[in-house]
Design a protein around this ligand. Sequence first.
Ligand code: X8Z
Ligand code: ZN
Length: 598
Amino acid sequence: MKLRLLAAASAALLAASPALAQSKPTPAEAKAFVDKAEAELAAFNLYVAKAAWVRATYITEDTQWLEAKASGEQNELATRFAKQAAKYDGVAVDPVTARKLKLLKLYLVLPAPDRPGAAQELATLGSRLDSTYSTGKFQYKGKTLTLNDAEDVLASSRDPAELKAVWEGWHSIATPMQSDYAELVKLANEGSRGLGYKDTGALWRSGYDMEPDAFAAETDRLWKQVEPFYKNLHCYVRARLNDKYGDAVQKRTGPIRADLLGNMWAQQWGNIYDVVAPKSAPSSYKLDDLLVSHGYDPVKMVKTGENFYSSLGFSPLPQTFWERSQITRPRDREVVCHASAWDINDRDDIRIKMCTKVDADDFYTVHHELGHNYYQRAYADQPFLFKNGANDGFHEAIGDFAGLSALTPTYLKQIGLLDTVPGEQEDIPFLLKMALDKIAFMPFGLLVDRWRWEVFSGEVDPAHYNAAWWDLRMKYQGLTPPAERPADAFDPGAKYHVPGNTPYTRYFLAHIYQFQFHRAACRQIGWKGPLHRCSIYGEKEMGKKFEAMLAMGASKPWPEELAAFTGETRTDAQAVADYFQPLNVWLTKQNKGEHCGW
Ligand code: X8Z
Ligand code: ZN
């Protein structure tokens, strides 16, 4: 409370004093302002983080109220600072202050309008949307299913009728979100415009050390680099689905039915590996089964992840990580199961929040989440505004980079999950499995924000939310829903990051950065074989260099940080092509005679 009054008082003073308001501020004043704003935001963060953690791990009306209150107050404070920061535009400040001023303007994902009650309203909508998603349930065959249950069916069932029913069941939980979402878009846009951005989409595109339009063009360029490969994979998978299910379920041409791909959002297809596996080259193991047969439990999965990072020279996780993390779904209360990593006090109180299952998907997710935690700890000595990733794509790529090695058979043997490392004959099966997750993901990683950019810009109004979503699903992924969607459907709301208001282009970028990190790391350790067989496990020298990049946090423009580890200054999807090269050749051969595309 005291904080707010102080900030309001200084704003009033500025407005009331013509001399102060008109004369250009000095660099020293700019720096003093930044120092004060940074200190206040840092102090506030602990309170917001604790309230958010309690709500996410114990969803009730009360915890939603508490989180919304804290987050509303933070929004007011940060919006005020962002507005004040704009007053120092054009002042000749030092580079550190300049960067911090810029970061102050980008601090909020959804800035609130600067009028009484608006921040609170926005925070309440945000908390309610996230909670509606996280507590979503539906009926199927007389049973109540959670998202976890539904995901299990999507991953393992091969009955098209069942897949369709469960897919539709989960998507039905989003219908009531649409009006809240439309309201939230209005408020956030008003807030973003107040800060000088065209709309909230432009604000989101401004976090990449380049103009927002240039960033949009950059993502187009990167997509063009991978699109032919995706089309190749799509073509191959569609043919195998057609072989299995026949024309009545999946035609051999045109788009793929979204519920047949092993994942609720068809964003990673690894779960249908058995359906598309090459007959000529069988894979000798299934990670899901290895984890179960070796007695893994959720905690052992996380310990295994920790061990991977320790092998690179990262210090073990603190005791409080184990005491305070949520590793499994609690039996008796509602929680946000969507995995996340937290940095509660901007120092050492790091945690993950997962509803871990013992399967290959969560084996990957554990490495992914821990990557966030190790990043957070690496930049803990930076000033508060630099305690962040070089950009948000970096933050998502750290754990995925670790995961690329942790999924290699070489590593699985080192930790005793495999007895022997399969020979070359399993390269294609391995790469196909990886591509089903990594390459299949890329158009999805792109389209979630393409949709939100259109929504925030007003190009798409609420009446067309769902149609626009499926236009993009068709355009980028080549997918259709299992049947025509009901008129009131709000399918984007059935994907966590939409009600959760987490920007998504970060994952698209991460799917490129991780291969750039991997390629660079493998070069550093002197690896001469194919990239998909390279594992960085145990490479302390390389790990030190990697940690040095992480320690820079958000203190430098990302190209400089990328260069510090890789020697490269551009995002380069060629690294993806390099990794998958043999598979792309193989797919092209398999697709002979097919009519690829949709
Ligand atoms: O949301 C996540 C992480 C948490 S940052 C589990 N991911 C995206 C998703 O699940 O949609 C990782 C891959 C993409
Ligand atoms: Zn993540």
